[in-house]
Design a binder for this molecule. Structure first.
Ligand SMILES: Cc1cc2nc3c(=O)[nH]c(=O)nc-3n(C[C@H](O)[C@H](O)[C@H](O)COP(=O)(O)OP(=O)(O)OC[C@H]3O[C@@H](n4cnc5c(N)ncnc54)[C@H](O)[C@@H]3O)c2cc1C
Length: 281
């Protein structure tokens, strides 16, 4: 008995030490350090650029700590600021990387030839830094919050939808059903079509319907602008657990808001609240 106690103490101490050391290593490895500040701009270097279409690219920026996360909730956005003739100009962009991605974040940006900040993106070379602050936004997602999310996006309005789509489909426990109407001018403008098509073919809780104002000769999607009939046909009807998300140009959002109200989904509020049945990003 006496001998057992004599040997048990060192063994217990060594075991406790090992468990504590392992816990410390795991906590250090998995600690989640948000990187952004809501008002102070921080600088992040471009570490990868992937061309998506003739005018749009996916830009990956590195975080200084490879174990940290950006700290932007799904569907929220950041401000990117650049100087033009000595004056600061900032614009909003929605990260499309997963909220728990470590060491980097991705922005999907369409560059306009006469745009200020969007053109600056196109001119970046690897290692160049951008100024970012955030997060901004009011959208809230939880797996138990909605049964159906109906989404209408135009062009780069896909960005917040993509963040939500990747978040929902990246969590097998999230049973939210997603229905996307994606409007563009021509087929070559459709962003990340391969990824969207693959997801709709493989994931039962995701559907996508494309609408083009200038479709090619062979086209089985919608033609013209998204109208009330298209929304009635491709998005869930109003009801408990149903929410409609809108993202795109101002004129498109004005039209979609009217259609959604006529269908009975309700009106988006200004400023938007996460509990609204129609939410404009
Ligand atoms: C909440 C929010 C999130 C956003 N997220 C994204 C995102 O993830 N990715 C993204 O690419 N954009 C996003 N935007 C749009 C982005 O903020 C800028 O408005 C866009 O990049 C243009 O900025 P700019 O400084 O280059 O152009 P500006 O200097 O504002 O405009 C200069 C000229 O560029 C052209 N131009 C600018 N915008 C448009 C347009 N929409 N259509 C046609 N011509 C235009 C026009 O010729 C205009 O006169 C988001 C906007 C908001 C409000």
């Amino acid at each position: 008995m006496c001998n057992l106690t004599f040997f048990a103490w060192p063994v217990c101490l060594a075991g406790t030490f090992l468990v504590a050391a392992a816990a410390y290593v795991i906590l250090c490895r998995w600690r989640v350090t948000p990187t952004l500040d809501p008002v102070v701009f921080h600088h992040f270097p471009l570490i990868r650029k992937t061309v998506v279409t003739y005018d749009t690219a996916m830009y990956r920026f590195g975080l200084s700590d490879p174990d940290s996360v950006l700290g932007v909730p799904v569907g929220h956005h950041v401000k990117v600021m650049a100087y033009f003739d000595g004056k600061p100009i900032s614009r909003s962009y929605t990260p499309v990387s997963a909220v728990d991605d470590r060491g980097h974040f991705d922005l999907l940006v369409k560059s306009y030839p006469s745009g200020h900040v969007s053109k600056m993106f196109d001119e970046l070379t690897l290692g160049d830094k951008i100024n970012v602050c955030g997060p901004k936004g009011r959208y809230e997602h939880r797996p138990d919050l909605h049964t159906h999310l109906g989404m209408i996006a135009g062009g780069t309005g896909l960005a917040p939808m993509l963040a939500v789509i990747r978040c929902v489909l990246g969590n097998r426990a999230d049973k939210t059903r997603l229905h996307l109407i994606f409007a563009n001018t021509r087929a070559e403008d459709i962003l990340l079509r391969r990824e969207l098509d693959e997801l709709s073919a493989t994931r039962p809780n995701f559907t996508v319907y494309y609408v083009l104002s200038h479709p090619p000769a062979q086209w089985d999607g919608g033609v013209g602008h998204v109208d009330e009939w298209t929304i009635r046909k491709h998005l869930p009807a109003p009801g408990r657990g149903v929410k409609i998300l809108l993202s795109g140009s101002k004129p498109m959002m004005a039209a979609m808001t009217q259609y959604c109200e006529a269908i009975g989904h309700g009106r988006p509020q200004r400023p938007p609240r996460s509990e609204d049945r129609v939410f404009v990003f």
